[in-house]
Design a protein around this ligand. Structure first.
Ligand SMILES: [Zn+2]
Length: 180
């Protein structure tokens, strides 16, 4: 996997994505977020969760002050675990550049819960959008543990997912937002 890159202008409108973005978007999400659908749109049109939105606003503000941020996150597909690192930095004239590089990619057995287009049950579970942990009752569990423990693979229909942030990732990202 090559580095995935996109850039936003001072109004947070998406002004550039590289070829790898389109390849990644098609492979993982279908046609919905390929370059022709997102160039010129506001980044925040694509972030539904209000907490995640606020975090991105804070991170972008930090970057616009000249800080370079490195954030580890996980972005699995149905058959692979992907550990990525996001770099956020300012380019010329207040343009913020987001670059995601793979640190480690491992194969895993097919996980229907991660399929982008699939019929799901009405059961709703929370997934951390940064580390892919799943919240079961009050605890955040590693994806692999949660799947085994709660027998998610053997359900006829996988549950629906709502993407939010676990406390640990919230803390990690918050530590970037605090004044340096
Ligand atoms: Zn997390």
């Amino acid at each position: 996997m090559n580095a995935i890159e996109y850039q936003i202008d001072e109004k947070n409108n998406i002004i550039f994505v590289n070829e790898e973005w389109d390849r990644f978007a098609m492979d993982n999400y279908g046609e919905g977020i390929t370059s022709d659908k997102i160039i010129g749109k506001n980044l925040f049109d694509f972030i539904a969760n209000i907490t995640v939105k606020q975090i991105y606003l804070d991170l972008i503000a930090k970057v616009r002050k000249g800080n370079v941020l490195l954030i580890d996150f996980r972005c699995d597909a149905t058959t692979c675990k992907r550990f990525l690192q996001l770099t956020m930095k300012i380019e010329n004239r207040n343009i913020v550049k987001f670059t995601s590089k793979a640190k480690e990619i491992l194969s895993q057995d097919y996980l229907n819960i991660l399929a982008p287009t699939i019929i799901r049950s009405k059961e709703l579970i929370s997934m951390c959008s940064w580390c892919k942990k799943i919240k079961v009752e009050t605890e955040w569990e590693e994806l692999e543990h949660a799947i085994n423990k709660y027998n998610l693979l053997n359900q006829m229909l996988p549950p629906s997912l709502t993407h939010t942030k676990c406390e640990e990732c919230y803390e990690q990202v918050n530590s970037f937002i605090k004044p340096f």
